[in-house]
Write a protein that binds this ligand. Structure first.
Ligand SMILES: NC(=O)c1ccc[n+]([C@@H]2O[C@H](COP(=O)([O-])OP(=O)(O)OC[C@H]3O[C@@H](n4cnc5c(N)ncnc54)[C@H](O)[C@@H]3O)[C@@H](O)[C@H]2O)c1
Length: 508
């Protein structure tokens, strides 16, 4: 353990949203905190904001008033920049601008003791680019908190090319002492979370653009089926489309316009039109009084089948079998080779493999085919999407819906989109996660921790891919790649290799 001594003074530069939150976290861990902001009165306002937030925590009985007072006493708003001098760690949270950050760090380098650590909360600027202005770049490390800093557990400890590993280790251990879940990351565009999370928005936007389903339905599938806390459209509305679109554009440009990160015209239109989400009263959904938002489109009640034939290797679908039996539907198991499926009354239902139902029916001469989506847990999920092949008979979708409805699912019959909604999102999250592991940005376990602790994913994308089967995910990606042919779905070579070896992605 090489953490900063808990009584060591910590400086926080910038007392806005993030700086105030970071000051609160450090003070809660026992450090005396020196808080400085260039704007007159901003440091005091930052401390007042913390006091207000803690007042609510105390009122709820979650903190003793004496502890609150102690925490606030440890935060000193500084009158001058020079007051930061005693700090042994300074966390910078000023505006996201390279010139401004270089200037404050060159000033800090001159002011602080030589052993003091310089940390930046930048979300998008390369650590090496900031460090280039320093005499000793080894002292600078990224300490990337998530908003709101007191509540979000993740801290990405980001090393640039010159960062000393000992410095990153001290910041890592210090963040752990502060009750956070730190992960090490190499400085690359978007670090871990802002890179790996891109498909959560991008796949939803592409599905919307192609008319696969409306925003409310896509959100319902990713929450009720995928187990995500918020759907991508509600989340983009919350983050603000200006901010979310800017991050996407910056990651896209930083990766030399890799089609994996292509921004969406649908989102650009919202930004251009000033429909920024909650903060402007309107985004994909309306906010404020009288907002009348559409509900997810769910299928009318279909017939409950009496018997289902279960074919092949069910893989991740195995829990569905118990749910079918619990619904009082007779099952008959056939142990045919190949991917699993359910058959009822001349209809075949299969988990999407990244092809449209129409393409698969054509390829495999399966005229009456319905494909359905991946969900987080087939034993518990409340929503599922399905689509019938264009060749299927007119009642195919209603019959398939009837089965899932009998199991307690809300069913949405959507257009025949390749990979449907949850499967293609999870496959692409796992693919980007795999490419981050492959290129040494972070190890597999850290990537999963980052996505669970930084953006509250219900499961790490790599663990999720392991549960579905790396080979299943690879097939989905290859089929999506064949369908679109635009390079976006090209599988990570590392994912392909693990799948070929029959090894899980997390057992690294
Ligand atoms: N807001 C987020 O969700 C979030 C999350 C993670 C990281 N970040 C990063 O954290 C940093 C701060 O973001 P924020 O949202 O808190 O911004 P903010 O606008 O709320 O606060 C920035 C503060 O920095 C002060 N400031 C500007 N120049 C300064 C200087 N030279 N010296 C001292 N203070 C200065 C401003 O007066 C302001 O109070 C940015 O680099 C941002 O990218 C933001």
């Amino acid at each position: 353990m090489s953490a900063l001594d808990p009584t060591a003074p910590v400086g926080v530069l910038g007392a806005g949203t993030m700086g105030a939150g970071i000051a609160q976290v450090a003070a809660a861990a026992g450090h005396p905190v020196l808080l400085f902001d260039v704007a007159d009165g901003a440091a005091e306002a930052g401390r007042d904001g913390i006091a207000k937030a803690l007042e609510r925590v105390v009122a709820k009985g979650k903190m003793a008033a004496a502890d609150r007072d102690g925490l606030l006493d440890r935060i000193t708003p500084c009158q001058t920049f020079e007051d930061l001098k005693p700090a042994l760690l300074v966390v910078e949270a000023v505006l996201e601008d390279l010139d401004v950050k270089q200037k404050v760090f060159t000033d800090l380098e001159k002011l602080l003791a030589p052993e003091a650590i310089l940390a930046t909360n930048t979300s998008s600027i390369a650590i090496a680019a900031i460090a280039a202005a320093l005499d000793d770049p080894s002292r600078l490390v990224g300490m990337h908190f998530f908003n709101p800093a007191p509540l979000m557990a993740l801290v990405e400890v980001v090393s640039g090319i010159g960062t000393a590993s000992g410095v990153a280790d001290i910041v890592f251990d210090t963040a752990a002492n502060w009750g956070k879940s730190p992960v090490h990351a190499k400085s690359t565009p978007g670090f871990i979370v802002n890179r790996v999370a891109r498909p959560f928005y991008a796949e939803a936007l592409r599905l919307l653009e192609e008319g696969a389903a409306d925003a409310a339905t896509i959100d319902a599938m990713l929450t009720g089926g995928g187990g995500f806390r918020m759907g991508p459209f509600a989340l983009m509305d919350l983050i603000g489309h200006d901010v979310n679109y800017a991050v996407t554009c910056s990651v896209f440009e930083a990766f030399y316009q890799d089609p994996r990160f292509l921004p969406s015209l649908v989102q650009k239109e919202l930004v251009d039109g000033g429909l920024l989400g909650r903060k402007s009263g309107h985004g994909f959904f309306g906010y404020g009084k009288g907002a009348d938002n559409p509900q997810a489109a769910t299928a009318l009640a279909g017939p409950k089948p009496r018997k289902v034939y279960v074919e092949g290797d069910l893989g991740p679908l195995a829990p569905l079998l118990a749910r079918i039996e619990a619904a009082g539907i007779a099952t008959s198991r056939t142990h045919a080779d190949g991917p699993g499926g359910l058959a009822l009354g001349g209809l075949l239902l299969m988990l999407t493999d990244g092809r449209t139902a129409t393409q698969r029916a054509h390829d495999e001469s399966l005229d009456n085919l319905v494909v359905f989506d991946l969900v987080l847990d087939y034993a518990k999920a409340s929503h599922i999407a399905l689509a019938a092949a264009d060749q299927a008979d007119a009642k195919a979708a209603a019959k398939a819906a009837g089965l899932f409805q009998a199991l307690g699912f809300e069913v949405s019959v959507i257009d025949d989109a390749p990979g449907l909604i949850v499967m293609r999102t999870v496959a692409m999250l796992a693919n980007i996660a795999a490419s981050a592991v492959h290129t040494g940005v972070a190890d597999a376990a850290s990537v999963d921790i980052a996505m669970m602790k930084g953006v509250n994913y219900p499961q790490g994308p790599l663990a999720w891919a392991d549960a579905a089967g790396p080979g299943v995910i690879l097939t989905v990606l290859d089929n999506l790649a064949a369908c679109y042919g635009d390079g976006r779905y090209r599988a990570s070579p590392w994912l392909r290799r693990r799948a070929a070896a029959g090894k899980p992605l997390l057992d690294d």
